[in-house]
Design a binder for this molecule. Structure first.
Ligand SMILES: NC(=O)c1ccc[n+]([C@@H]2O[C@H](COP(=O)([O-])OP(=O)(O)OC[C@H]3O[C@@H](n4cnc5c(N)ncnc54)[C@H](O)[C@@H]3O)[C@@H](O)[C@H]2O)c1
Length: 452
């Protein structure tokens, strides 16, 4: 059986090793676009598929819309004839590989929304042919490849791991991280069977420095969810410790800096205004949903979700502290947010806690403005808010400033020197000791306390 499988993927393996396999990437966002460029850079013929016409137009014009992907890399790949993009899913029939990188959000009920994955699989199933390799990269609950993808694809009459190949390989990209990119992040690969694992591993070995094969698609799916649950739970723990330290009058940042000098058994996580992005706030709920189907309650995930979800409210309390030093209420105060993207030096606003803080402050009657070099405008409560330049923000002298995202370009010294109360949720003002700084936890260095 093993031998028959190996034989059946030999044509595909040969095309992969000679870099002649035609690769289709479905979903050209933060995950799909860097991957498409990496395959094209390695000499593969790559077609990107997306439902968003504007992204297709940008790629075909040789321009990038993802900060981590350089426009000149896309322009070079397009000019060399190695990369093109289309909305025409029928072209999947020409591909040797279909790699699915579409969104996997949550529904309002916090249940998985697999509609994008299902739509992409429908398109793949229509043109599935013998010898093709189908890979799912979208983060999802364990069992999705076996229980959702496999029956949809086999409905055509072909058998996985014999006639076509099916694998799950989670994406681990960390947007904005200059040290780890597609090429040097080890890639987990789990196939429906040995021939599928072998084909998918052979493909990624062409562009990724290390491939880690595992024994099944379920294991590969679970690896990604363990990684992201680990982060969500540890961030939840440190956010709770931050709130505890505030009550105990201890600087949580100093505690973490000292604790991380331990060379084993400790890994630093940092508190902040709450979770953001498309992964950490969402993925653990894919796991808890699936576990619930088997009658298992994921207590850590629920608790971490609760603590992390409470952070924007906690930040608003710190803002009230900051304004209190100037004998002002939140209602009617002008509050300026520094950074609305979910993390440093990226433009991604998905699930950003700054948006929750904006909403909570607006509901309490504050007049909220923001600066973010990566987000020129945003929609809130049915209207468009335009970002202010830092100079304009300082000229307007708000009643309180809140550091939600510590983008590298912000001039913190200029902000501190204004003397206005600053709530620092990121320890961006480490080393500053001015009396107008309100830290997320620890001693409130506000004027009222200093005077006491
Ligand atoms: N962004 C990250 O940092 C990150 C990291 C690891 C894993 N992931 C996972 O990777 C997956 C993709 O995430 P992303 O951040 O790239 O999302 P994204 O929203 O940036 O990109 C997804 C793309 O898929 C397109 N799309 C939607 N439905 C489609 C369809 N039926 N056919 C073709 N294209 C379609 C969208 O138009 C969009 O361009 C998700 O499962 C996510 O959880 C994301």
């Amino acid at each position: 059986m093993q031998r028959a499988n190996t034989m059946s993927n030999s044509g595909l393996l040969d095309r992969i090793q000679r870099r002649q396999a035609r690769i289709g990437i479905i979903g050209l966002g933060y995950v799909g676009l860097p991957l498409a460029v990496e395959f094209a850079r390695a000499g593969f013929d790559v077609t990107g598929f997306d439902v968003d016409e504007s992204k297709i137009a940008e790629i075909n014009a040789g321009r990038s819309y993802i900060p981590d992907v350089a426009t000149h890399d896309i322009a070079a790949a397009v000019a060399d004839g190695l990369l093109r993009a289309t909305t025409d899913m029928s072209k999947l029939a020409d591909m040797d590989v279909a790699d699915i990188c579409v969104p996997t959000p949550l529904r309002k009920t916090k249940d998985p929304d697999l509609s994008y994955v299902v739509q992409a699989l429908e398109a793949v199933a229509v043109s599935l042919k013998a010898g093709q390799l189908v890979i799912l990269e979208s983060t999802t609950y364990p069992g999705t490849t076996d229980e959702v993808a496999l029956p949809m694809l086999e409905a055509k009459g072909l058998t996985a791991d014999r006639d076509f190949f099916l694998a799950f390989s989670p994406e681990r990209v960390d947007p904005g991280n200059p040290h780890y990119t597609t090429r040097n992040i080890p890639k987990i690969v789990g196939g429906h069977g040995p021939a599928s694992t072998e084909a998918a591993a052979a493909l990624y070995r062409q562009v990724v420095s290390k491939v880690v094969p595992v024994t099944s698609t379920r294991v590969a799916e679970m690896v990604k969810l363990l990684e992201n649950t680990f982060r969500a739970v540890n961030i939840g723990l440190v956010n709770e410790i931050a709130q505890m330290c505030h009550k105990l009058d201890i600087d949580v940042w100093e505690v973490i800096e000292a604790a991380k000098t331990k060379p084993f058994g400790f890994m630093p996580f940092y508190p902040g205004p709450g979770l953001g992005g498309h992964c950490i706030p969402i993925d653990p709920f894919y796991l808890s949903w699936k576990a619930r189907q088997s009658g298992f309650e994921c207590r850590f995930i629920e608790l971490a979700g609760h603590v992390n979800g409470s952070m924007p409210d906690y930040v608003v309390e710190r803002i009230a502290d900051g304004l209190n030093d100037s004998r002002k209420p939140i209602n009617g105060s002008r509050i300026h947010l520094y950074g609305v993207a979910y993390k440093k030096d990226v433009s991604d606003m998905r699930e950003s806690p700054a948006l929750d803080i904006l909403e909570l402050l607006t509901r309490r009657g504050a007049i909220v403005s923001y600066s973010d070099p990566y987000v020129p405008s945003l929609r809130h409560a049915g209207r468009t808010l335009e970002a202010l330049s830092e100079t304009e923000a300082l000229r307007q002298r708000p009643d309180c400033a809140v550091i939600c995202t510590d983008h590298s370009s912000f001039d913190w010294t200029a902000l501190v020197e204004t003397g206005i109360p600053i709530v620092d949720t990121r320890n961006a003002l480490k080393g500053h000791t001015a009396g107008n700084i309100v830290r997320l936890s620890g001693r409130v260095i506000g004027r009222a306390l200093v005077e006491v």
